[in-house]
Design a protein around this ligand. Structure first.
Ligand SMILES: *[C@@H]1O[C@H](CO)[C@@H](O)[C@H](O)[C@H]1NC(C)=O
Ligand SMILES: *[C@@H]1O[C@H](CO)[C@@H](O)[C@H](O)[C@H]1NC(C)=O
Ligand SMILES: *[C@@H]1O[C@H](CO)[C@@H](O)[C@H](O)[C@H]1NC(C)=O
Ligand SMILES: *[C@@H]1O[C@H](CO)[C@@H](O)[C@H](O)[C@H]1NC(C)=O
Ligand SMILES: *[C@@H]1O[C@H](CO)[C@@H](O)[C@H](O)[C@H]1NC(C)=O
Ligand SMILES: *[C@@H]1O[C@H](CO)[C@@H](O)[C@H](O)[C@H]1NC(C)=O
Length: 577
């Protein structure tokens, strides 16, 4: 027997090392005890190792030096150690067949031509009500300043708007709160045509948590443990589900109708802003859709702010688009907003000055207290009377106003690429010149460039083509009424869900092929989002100066963004007063 020979070998070696014949009992006992340990070790390495004694000819893995590294890399890419169910492949297979992946069944549905939902199934987690329904029930407590109960009515659309001035249509218009996407999106999901109760065929997993409502409750006057509680509770719940293990949560997505900075608290200092949801390891694997995403992070994605228009059928959209085409627009450009006197780098003051001086600009100044600036009909009326609508950043990069203006067929003028071009890459064309005008902030700030002159240089026929482009985008930028369903048009929800599905599907294929991008640098997320299909690498970009960050060493978004979030909250307080 092999065992015996090995024993005797070792015995011999021991004796040889000893150099002389066993002189005493003591020596004999020492030898015996050494033999005992050798047998223990031998047993450990032969019997307990995966290499069965009966097949001594099989190569022993630890004898190879270069191979194991390659294997372990591959295993890492394939996430094999984390798989729940072991692959049912033939024992002779040394490499993992595609069947080995727990999402293979889901991918296969794409090839089923008789299944109209193949590759598009969404599984929705059945979360405990504390993560969603209870927040609606306690809607009075969702905001310090606003009674959100009004805005959570009508499936999140808010109270209907009367069409007294004839600015809206007679139906489909609501006084929608800018932070209501949590509820609207969740309710739209109920109308999604390819929901499944079988998570093994799902293209993506939806987490119906009202992340925006959750943090809105606690942004002011609550300690960090209160602010983080629901987020921690949620990831704890999710990670215990079998669905989590399929991809470590990388096929999961959720929605928060707020800006990303509310979920990116950098430290555990009580004075820091927001919660740390988006920094939790589990949330780093998920995709969160927010109305403003971080240029430097890969786990959030921009989706449109809600407008006031929530049509219930295609026809309502077509009618609206036709009307926007035919309007007479008496102003060259317009602006609705407030100056930011306490922000030294804001160009809003200059924009307001320029507008006041111009005979072809219409201004709706938003100041404290009652103002037409907060009346949906005044705002929409102005946008409908303008060729161009100025959309400078406010406290953070983005504004709801950009979507209201495009809905009115007004060509947006952006001053920072973070206000739209790098945010809504799922919903807006890659070539921003086709539907908008870009005037870099510094042109205004440093060179006092005349906006009026710039816009007058655009020939009328080009303006018309651009406006038509804006009007053609309307369906993709609005959230349809979640209580009914558009017949053929894809709305902002449909576009976002398809984009998530595409992302997860690509990731799954990359995992199978071992193609995951190991060189991905998260800080360059905004550049990756701008890549065309097929492009892989990012390099220097003309917009680098817009997204250079203070070198704070921790590679995170820095304090400027946290400041922005804080101020945007102040602004919220002002505009809801
Ligand atoms: C293909 O889809 C149809 C319709 O959903 C379904 O009945 C059928 O079982 C599917 N075929 C396979 C092989 O999964
Ligand atoms: C809502 O807020 C009020 C006052 O701030 C408080 O008394 C009440 O307990 C809260 N309700 C819930 C359900 O949190
Ligand atoms: C945070 O606030 C909650 C309630 O407001 C309180 O119960 C809790 O003890 C506080 N935690 C810390 C660490 O201060
Ligand atoms: C996130 O995904 C990676 C890769 O699949 C996995 O290794 C990790 O465990 C996941 N994180 C969590 C918290 O599940
Ligand atoms: C973007 O659109 C503009 C205006 O239509 C056009 O002049 C330009 O060539 C386009 N650029 C690219 C890269 O397609
Ligand atoms: C910008 O130019 C206008 C006239 O073109 C002038 O009235 C104004 O003072 C200038 N503003 C600054 C800040 O230079």
């Amino acid at each position: 027997m092999r065992r015996r020979s090995l024993e005797s070998n070792h015995h011999e070696e021991m004796e040889k090392a000893n150099g002389k014949p066993p002189p005493s009992r003591l020596c004999f006992l020492a030898t015996l005890s050494a033999m005992f340990w050798i047998m223990i070790f031998y047993f450990h390495f032969t019997v307990l190792s995966s290499n069965p004694i009966g097949k001594p000819e099989q190569p022993v893995p630890f004898s190879v030096s270069a191979q194991p590294q390659r294997i372990s890399e591959a295993y890492e890419a394939f996430e094999l150690p984390k798989m729940k169910a072991p692959p049912r492949s033939k024992p002779s297979d040394t490499r993992q067949a595609p069947e080995a992946f727990p999402f293979t069944r889901a991918l296969r549905t794409i090839e089923n031509k008789s299944d109209p939902c193949g590759g598009r199934y969404i599984y929705v987690h059945d979360l405990p009500s504390r993560f969603n329904a209870d927040m609606l029930r306690d809607c009075k407590n969702l905001s310090l300043w606003t009674n959100m109960c009004k805005f959570t009515s009508n499936a999140g659309l808010g109270p209907p708007l009367e069409n007294a001035e004839g600015v809206f249509s007679n139906t489909g218009w609501y006084a929608t709160n800018q932070f209501a996407v949590d509820v609207i999106f969740n309710n739209r999901m109920k109308q999604y045509e390819c929901l499944t109760k079988d998570s093994s065929i799902a293209a993506a997993i939806f987490v119906p948590f009202y992340a925006g409502f959750d943090i809105a409750r606690y942004l002011w006057g609550y300690n960090i443990s209160v602010r983080d509680a629901a987020s921690l509770d949620l990831v704890d719940w999710l990670m215990k589900r079998p669905e989590w293990n399929v991809m470590g949560g990388r096929d999961h997505f959720l929605v928060a109708g707020r800006i990303t900075w509310d979920f990116r608290r950098l430290t555990d200092s009580e004075t820091d802003w927001g919660n740390k949801l988006l920094f939790l390891p589990a949330a780093r694997n998920m995709s969160m859709l927010v109305v403003e995403a971080s240029p430097w992070n890969a786990n959030d994605f921009g989706v449109p702010y809600p407008t006031y228009f929530h049509p219930a059928k295609d026809g309502d959209v077509f009618l609206w688009q036709d009307r926007m085409r035919k309007l007479e627009r008496k102003y060259l450009f317009s602006f609705a907003g407030a100056p930011r006197p306490d922000n030294p780098i804001s160009i809003r003051g200059q924009i307001i000055d320029q507008c006041k001086r111009s005979k072809v600009c219409k201004l709706l100044e938003c100041d404290f207290g009652e103002s037409k600036c907060h009346s949906p009909s005044s705002i929409m009326q102005m946008f409908q009377s303008s060729l161009f609508c100025l959309q400078p950043q406010g406290d953070s990069y983005t504004r709801r106003s950009a979507f209201d203006s495009m809905l009115a067929g007004c060509i947006p003028v952006f001053f920072h690429p973070g206000s739209a071009y790098i945010q809504y890459t799922w919903h807006l064309p890659r070539n921003y010149s086709t539907y908008s005008v870009f005037i870099p902030e510094d042109d205004i700030r440093k060179q006092n460039v005349s906006i009026e002159e710039r816009l007058k240089q655009i020939p009328p026929d080009v303006v018309e083509i651009m406006r038509e482009r804006v009007i053609s985008l309307i369906p993709k930028l609005i959230y349809a009424d979640p209580r009914s369903k558009l017949e053929t048009l894809k709305d902002a929800f449909d576009v976002a869900v398809q984009a998530v599905i595409n992302k997860v599907t690509k990731l799954r294929r990359d995992v199978i092929e071992g193609h995951e991008d190991k060189d991905f640098i998260e800080e360059n997320s905004w550049k990756y989002a701008l890549l065309d299909d097929g492009q892989q690498t990012v390099g220097p970009h003309e917009w680098d100066p817009f997204f250079s960050k203070p070198k704070d060493g921790n590679g995170e978004s820095g304090t400027i963004s946290a400041e922005a979030a804080k101020k945007s909250w102040k602004n919220e307080q002002r505009s809801q007063a």
